[in-house]
Design a protein around this ligand. Structure first.
Ligand code: SAM
Length: 257
């Protein structure tokens, strides 16, 4: 495999955690996008149960909590992120209705039909879009919603370099129409889909990484794995700048029927 196209899963997990813990968001997104996706959800009240899966340190969860009623459980596999998540909830006075737990998205601790809303920004790829939609569906009440953002092709065809990159890191990337069809097949009414604006990647995700990369390399000077990890992150940013007309993230919002 081309070294530059290594998937994030192939790096030392502690290093990845240390790096991403210093960032507000661990993936592309923005408060405006979270609020826009939430505007399609019409079933929530104070008793609602919401799960944010692959929540990271909770950048988007706190926005969700400030704009939606109900109780939110953030789920992430990394304890470092969940510690930060719970501290962030406390800082914002949200700790009574926003709690982070350490668990894997393929072993969620919810009861059947317990949830009114499943949220997941830039994280369902860890289990796979189709598998996640199928496996998580049972946790939703009938009429409950799922809202996920996911890597998406914007065109039918694209240059070989970007095609090869995605095929090696996440071959399940697909076009909006194919993803919507998958959502429908998995038992949801596709309610809405929209493409995340470019600033979710450039301003919110990549820009803070420039300083984070510098600090991380200083702290881990001489560590080959750390250097390789940062080179890989920077490669991803360069690819985005070159090929952003061809791919990005889209939000997919569906209602369980
Ligand atoms: C790209 S980040 C997105 C984080 C956050 N939702 C955001 O948008 O800023 C993906 C998240 O999925 C989490 N993750 C990876 N594998 C997981 C698993 N098996 N179960 C739960 N979370 C997982 C990672 O720890 C990370 O926080």
């Amino acid at each position: 495999m081309n070294e530059e196209n290594k998937s994030i899963h192939e790096f030392d997990l502690e290093l990845i955690c240390e790096y991403f813990a210093n960032l507000k968001r661990q993936g592309p997104g923005s408060p405006e996008v979270t609020i826009k996706a939430l505007s399609f959800i019409d079933n929530l009240d104070d008793k609602s149960r919401i799960a944010d899966i692959g929540c990271g340190s909770g950048g988007q969860t706190m926005v969700l909590a400030q704009h939606a009623p109900g109780n939110i459980t953030g789920v992430d596999i990394f304890p470092t992120f969940i510690d930060l998540f719970n501290r962030n909830a406390e800082k914002l006075g949200l700790q009574d209705r926003v709690k982070g737990i350490v668990e894997s998205m393929d072993n969620l601790p919810f009861q059947d039909e317990e949830l009114d809303l499943i949220w997941s920004e830039g994280a369902i790829y860890n289990i796979g879009f189709e598998r996640g939609l199928h496996e998580w569906r049972k946790f939703l009440k009938t009429g409950g919603y799922i809202a996920v953002s996911e890597g998406t092709w914007f065109t039918e065809e694209r240059p070989a370099e970007i095609e090869e990159f995605w095929m090696s890191v996440y071959p399940e990337i697909d076009t909006i129409s194919n993803k919507v069809a998958q959502m429908q097949k998995a038992g949801y009414i596709p309610v809405s889909t929209f493409i995340l604006p470019e600033n979710c990647w450039t301003e919110i995700y990549f820009a803070p990484k420039v300083e984070a990369d510098k600090r991380f390399l200083e702290k881990n000077a001489g560590n080959k794995a750390a250097e390789e990890f940062i080179a890989n992150q920077q490669h991803e940013a360069r690819l985005y700048n070159t090929y952003k007309e061809y791919y990005g993230y889209a939000f997919y919002i569906g209602k369980k029927i």
